[in-house]
Design a protein around this ligand. Structure first.
Ligand code: MG
Length: 251
């Protein structure tokens, strides 16, 4: 099922995307999701980011091709950092380029959306706690990242976490998914989750032993080789096989 969060007339709703329609859902997100009889045409709704997370936990370096490109040693444990919930925007929304920050980059990432409260979960049990998967752009003020020596400012500006367009709950072959990014329609990142250093199960288990994960929390699993700068007026897209394409604009 593709689960979207959307605005229809003045209502905020969750729904299952089925072709050109969205079927409204109740009890979403939870384990008791039910379809209602309310069917709405997709072109009548505004898609919103498909989660309202209490936190976004990101993995700093998780692709072998990206580690090789940066000439960095493979980490022995995931390096994690946070993005604030206020950085989240949805599909087709604008990324605001902050004045005077220098270079700002795109980073295509596969995001995990948590479905159940998770604390100290073993890798073997992780799947039970995942609602589904979506596309994420870990927008980064690269100049500030180097200047500050730690990443909070560089990763946290409002609009720096595009998420969407929806959550795919039945994603197959998670260990070999094609992941790409496009800048103004030109292919920039072109890799596969087969380049992962740490699996989704290991990452979620590792994080759950540090902090309690709540429903709708988002985990960003790192970016592959090919990151690069954006400028005002650009369009940026993150595409993942089996999920879809997240499109945003820089202004
Ligand atoms: Mg990243």
């Amino acid at each position: 099922m593709k689960i979207a969060r959307f605005k229809y007339k003045k209502e905020l709703l969750w729904g299952a995307v089925e072709g050109n329609d969205i079927i409204a859902l109740r009890n979403c997100p939870s384990r008791k999701i039910q379809k209602t009889s309310k069917k709405i045409s997709r072109n009548k709704v505004k898609l919103l980011a498909p989660a309202v997370p209490s936190k976004i936990v990101c993995v700093g370096l998780n692709y072998k091709d990206h580690a090789a490109e940066l000439k960095m040693k493979m980490p022995s444990e995931p390096i994690i950092f946070l993005k604030p919930p206020t950085s989240v925007i949805g599909h087709n929304c604008q990324i605001i380029y902050p004045p005077g920050v220098g270079r700002v980059d795109y980073e295509a990432e596969l995001a995990v959306v948590i479905g159940r409260r998770a604390k100290s979960v073993s890798a073997g049990e992780v799947t039970k706690y995942i609602l589904g998967y979506t596309c994420l752009n870990d927008v980064t003020a690269r100049t500030l990242q180097a200047k500050d020596g730690q990443w909070t400012r560089a990763k946290s500006f409002d609009t720096f976490c595009p998420l969407g367009p929806w959550i795919e709950t039945e994603l197959k072959d998670k260990a070999s998914l094609k992941i790409s990014s496009y800048l103004n329609g030109e292919l920039k990142q072109d890799s596969s989750t087969s380049e992962f250093i740490f699996s989704i199960e290991k990452i979620v288990s590792f994080i759950s032993k540090i902090m309690t994960l709540l429903p709708q929390d988002v985990i960003a699993t790192g970016t592959p080789a090919g990151v690069g700068p954006m400028k005002k007026g650009d369009s940026v897209e993150v595409e993942i096989d089996g999920i879809g394409r997240l499109v945003n604009y820089i202004r």
